[in-house]
Design a protein around this ligand. Structure first.
Ligand SMILES: *[C@@H]1O[C@H](CO)[C@@H](O)[C@H](O)[C@H]1NC(C)=O
Ligand SMILES: *[C@@H]1O[C@H](CO)[C@@H](O)[C@H](O)[C@H]1NC(C)=O
Ligand SMILES: *[C@@H]1O[C@H](CO)[C@@H](O)[C@H](O)[C@H]1NC(C)=O
Ligand SMILES: *[C@@H]1O[C@H](CO)[C@@H](O)[C@H](O)[C@H]1NC(C)=O
Ligand SMILES: *[C@@H]1O[C@H](CO)[C@@H](O)[C@H](O)[C@H]1NC(C)=O
Length: 429
């Protein structure tokens, strides 16, 4: 009730159309696909991005926002606040706060380790980060490799504070060309300033912004059914930071990659990527594919318990008669499938569920699991394909190439990490 009154007062104060006030109830769920201004963004210790808006938290790039007091209970106990100002992950092995998430609310700072509030917190910001002001706009960690010293960069209006974690020295800077950040985060080694529903990638030392910015936050960091009308489907899907659902290459080298409601494709011998909605081309699938592999020039696409088989090579993919069919009946495998692939000239589908891979002989009838083996290197994978270079395993924004299934299953060290956006799809930023 207190919150509702607060909202009403705010509404009056701003002289907004109060006829709408019933729609601005505090428990309204923010829609991350509507071009929101985030209050704060930070990754957790597993690298999952957390987006904060009002009293809600969105974990990862899609799904339903939840109340943040469900994950960070004490934020509510102490404050009854309806938002956070700034957040970042302290990721410095030498610091005793290594892998703690810090939240800033007005003049207070909260330190969480594995989602538990540290003893003694909340504290005044000046106790923990002397020289750093209250009511921050944004905060971002910047390690030695990028900032010269293990640092935290704090943003308040146009003021920038580089805070040295070891010496607690504060250096004030001016980022002349950069907009005021409303939220900021470091993701996969890049520094992003969110300003409203737009973002810019910046150099953490100088604040310089290179390239064509600002861009729309939701185009690169959200997974939505619809994007703004001026969103370029090809560039967005090529450069998105959101993980893929499924990927495959056929024997001729044509590639298809699926993410949410969209897919990108590239024909063999033509570097041009194309993008379209799944609904447009694979109408029966609609969206959100779990896994896809190519067998005898047909895309075998798995969504939940169903297998859809599309004939490709003609002008449009065509769903084969009788499909979708049950995955269990068609492949002899049950449950949620994460990824699937077939290597050239073989007839064995390798089906990945969690950290296990199951082999199914495609020529057998009925098809059953012939063997299974654990994968030591990954707890879960998003997508995988096999092509002339070997098996590409995609986890988040990265992929790894393995010479063979044997190497993938028995490997103990990760091979070289590649970026999906740059190295697989040729994104230039
Ligand atoms: C979180 O906040 C909501 C709304 O203020 C409240 O109903 C709920 O009980 C809180 N949950 C926890 C775990 O504190
Ligand atoms: C925190 O700040 C408040 C308000 O400025 C002050 O009253 C309080 O003494 C401070 N607490 C500590 C431990 O410094
Ligand atoms: C950025 O912050 C400064 C205050 O430091 C303020 O004068 C300016 O209006 C802000 N710019 C925007 C676009 O909000
Ligand atoms: C997306 O746009 C299509 C067509 O413009 C519309 O039919 C559909 O309802 C929209 N979906 C969402 C989730 O807004
Ligand atoms: C490559 O594909 C694009 C887009 O479909 C097309 O416009 C172009 O003509 C193709 N180039 C070649 C060499 O086939």
């Amino acid at each position: 009730m207190k919150l509702l009154t607060h909202v009403l007062c705010l509404c009056l104060a701003l002289a907004l159309a109060c006829a709408d006030s019933h729609e601005t109830h505090a428990s309204d769920i923010p829609d991350h696909c509507h071009g929101l201004e985030m209050d704060a963004v930070a990754v957790d210790e597993d690298g999952v991005p957390y987006f904060f808006k009002g009293d809600h938290l969105l974990k990862g790039f899609h799904g339903k926002p939840e109340l943040f007091n469900e994950t960070f209970a004490e934020l509510d106990d102490h404050h009854h606040l309806s938002h956070v100002d700034a957040a970042f992950l302290m990721h410095y092995e030498e610091s005793h706060d290594h892998d703690h998430m810090f939240f800033f609310l007005d003049e207070k700072v909260y330190s969480y380790q594995k989602h538990k509030l540290e003893d003694g917190y909340p504290k005044n910001i000046t106790e923990v980060f002397p020289g750093i002001p209250d009511h921050l706009d944004a905060a971002i960690g910047c390690p030695k490799a990028d900032c010269g010293e293990d640092s935290v960069i704090f943003f308040k209006e146009h003021e920038i504070y580089h805070y040295n974690v070891k010496t607690k020295a504060v250096e004030e800077k001016e980022f002349k060309t950069m907009p005021n950040c409303t939220a900021a985060f470091r993701f996969l080694g890049h520094y992003y300033c969110f300003h409203g529903h737009l973002f810019s990638k910046f150099d953490p030392k100088t604040g310089d912004v290179h390239g064509k910015y600002p861009k729309e936050v939701r185009d690169y960091f959200m997974r939505c059914a619809n994007y703004s009308s001026h969103s370029d489907d090809v560039e967005r899907e090529q450069c998105s930071r959101v993980h893929l659902d499924a990927i495959t290459s056929d024997h001729d080298g044509n590639m298809y990659a699926f993410r949410g409601h969209y897919f990108i494709s590239r024909d063999a011998g033509n570097a041009t990527l194309k993008a379209d909605s799944i609904e447009n081309v694979f109408k029966e699938l609609h969206s959100e594919v779990d896994a896809v592999f190519t067998y005898e020039d047909q895309l075998h696409m798995i969504k939940d318990d169903h297998l859809f088989v599309y004939k490709v090579g003609g002008e449009h993919p065509v769903l084969m008669e009788g499909y979708p069919k049950s995955v269990k009946e068609e492949l002899g495998v049950e449950g949620h499938i994460d990824a699937a692939f077939i290597c050239e000239d073989h007839h064995i589908a390798h089906i990945v569920k969690g950290d296990h891979v199951y082999d199914v002989e495609m020529k057998a009838s009925p098809r059953v699991i012939n063997s299974e083996q654990p994968i030591a290197l990954f707890k879960t994978i998003d997508a995988a394909k096999c092509d002339k270079d070997g098996i590409k395993v995609i986890v988040g924004n990265h992929y790894y190439t393995f010479e063979s299934l044997k190497v993938l299953a028995t490997g103990r060290a990760l091979p070289e990490q590649h970026r999906v956006s740059q190295d697989l799809f040729g994104c230039d930023h």
